[in-house]
Design a protein around this ligand. Structure first.
Ligand SMILES: NC(=O)c1ccc[n+]([C@@H]2O[C@H](COP(=O)([O-])OP(=O)(O)OC[C@H]3O[C@@H](n4cnc5c(N)ncnc54)[C@H](O)[C@@H]3O)[C@@H](O)[C@H]2O)c1
Ligand SMILES: CC(C)=CCC[C@@H](C)[C@H]1CC[C@H]2C3=C(CC[C@]12C)[C@@]1(C)CC[C@H](O)[C@@](C)(C(=O)O)[C@@H]1CC3
Length: 344
């Protein structure tokens, strides 16, 4: 018992210097955990945190960072905007297998994976989708393909007989101050004059999840992960439980930062097939010139289809409910990006 209680509040956040990872670290510290961070890049200082800089693709790098801890949170990933297929495979699939192996060798009891709701998304409408939906047979991009592989690996590794319990958290559309993917890219798109039109009719409801709610969901999962718990070996959607039209959300952020928001809609399928053609063209031109299109088929699909998910399972089995309402999250986010305000 002494060993378990000593290890009980000790944890490591792999990817803890990232956008979501740092919020998980901050939440763990608030809850009195002893926190280590393992990341390939150290991006902040905190005397309360023990930092380990390394590459999760190297199992030997991991060992010191997870020795003598009870819980590991794995929220590392290459940025979804990367087009490096090999990197996605190495980090998200092979790297995750390294983490599982290293955790078992170190006697770690709990592994909480940050997966993604996109593991069931194939570019067509999903309305209040549950975790029982099948994995995407044709994921929209390679990032998502490796997130499917990763989640399957982690959930299959759940092994009560080895006292090793795993769970996958599937957030969707995480946003908040310090985000690196959503607001910065949206602002760049607006500054390039590419937000004059919306894609589709603007009615498609989607989930955007304020980052503190996602961190909260991760800690709840860890606290409910133990022998005979119904949480073990399962995936859980964690959202704000307030689906909103995609372009209403985008307009709230744009107008909050003093950028014009789109008023007119362009036909979704026209833009989707144009984006698919452009992606093919960029692939053909890659040996000559690297071009990264703003409107990839994945982004166009996300902008023009319904994709929101039920978090009923998290409510029932973990007592989850969002701690920050969507409207408040949007206001906090706009405030956190004052430096990207349009001053023209
Ligand atoms: N941002 C979203 O909207 C969103 C939505 C659903 C799921 N997710 C998932 O949440 C997790 C965190 O996403 P984020 O938005 O915070 O990303 P992020 O890029 O801000 O953070 C990822 C972190 O992983 C680290 N990392 C990458 N490769 C590594 C390696 N080889 N070794 C060690 N560390 C490495 C990075 O340095 C970074 O600190 C990811 O698994 C992502 O797939 C994100
Ligand atoms: C149409 C344009 C250009 C809008 C600008 C805002 C753009 C950048 C922005 C709008 C929607 C948003 C988005 C992601 C990246 C940024 C992007 C695309 C990703 C893909 C990150 C990875 C997560 O795993 C995943 C899949 C999830 O949460 O399931 C999300 C889904 C929602």
């Amino acid at each position: 018992m002494a060993t378990r209680s000593r290890k009980g509040k000790k944890c490591t956040v792999i990817g803890g210097c990232g956008f979501l990872g740092r919020y998980i670290v901050e939440r763990l510290l608030e809850e009195g955990y002893t926190v280590s961070v393992f990341d390939i890049a150290k991006t902040f200082e905190d005397d309360r945190v023990k930092f380990f800089v390394g590459d999760l693709c190297q199992e030997k790098d991991l060992a010191p960072a997870i020795s003598d801890v009870q819980t590991v949170f794995h929220c590392a990933s290459p940025p979804p905007s990367s087009d490096d297929r090999d990197l996605f495979y190495r980090v998200n699939f092979v790297g995750t297998k390294n983490i599982i192996s290293a955790c078992k060798k170190a006697g770690v009891q709990k592994l909480v994976l940050t997966s993604s709701a996109s593991v069931v998304y194939e570019g067509t409408d999903i309305k209040n989708g549950t975790e029982d939906l099948p994995y995407a047979k044709k994921p929209m991009d390679y990032y998502t393909e490796t997130k499917v592989l990763q989640e399957k690996e982690v959930l299959a590794a759940n092994s009560p007989e080895e006292n090793f319990f795993t769970v996958a958290i599937r957030p969707h559309g995480i946003f908040g101050p310090r985000d690196r993917q959503l607001v910065p890219i949206l602002v760049d798109t607006a500054r390039a004059g590419k937000t004059k039109f919306m894609i589709g009719n603007g009615e498609n409801l989607v989930d955007f999840t304020y980052v503190v709610n996602v961190a909260h969901g991760h800690l709840l999962a860890a606290e409910h992960l133990h022998k005979d718990s119904p949480v073990c070996g399962k995936a859980f959607h964690i959202t704000n439980d307030e689906p909103i039209p995609f372009w209403t959300f985008m307009s709230r952020i744009l107008e909050g930062l003093n950028y014009p928001s789109p008023k007119m809609g362009l036909p979704y399928l026209l833009i989707y097939y144009l984006a698919a053609f452009l992606q093919l063209l960029c692939l053909l031109l890659k040996p000559i010139k690297e071009i990264k299109p703003t409107f990839t088929p994945m982004r166009v699909a996300l902008a023009g289809t319904y994709h929101y998910y039920s978090c009923q399972r998290a409510k029932q089995l973990m007592g989850y409910k969002p701690v920050v309402p969507l409207d408040e999250g949007i206001k906090l986010t706009v405030k956190g990006y004052a430096h990207l305000q349009n001053n023209n």
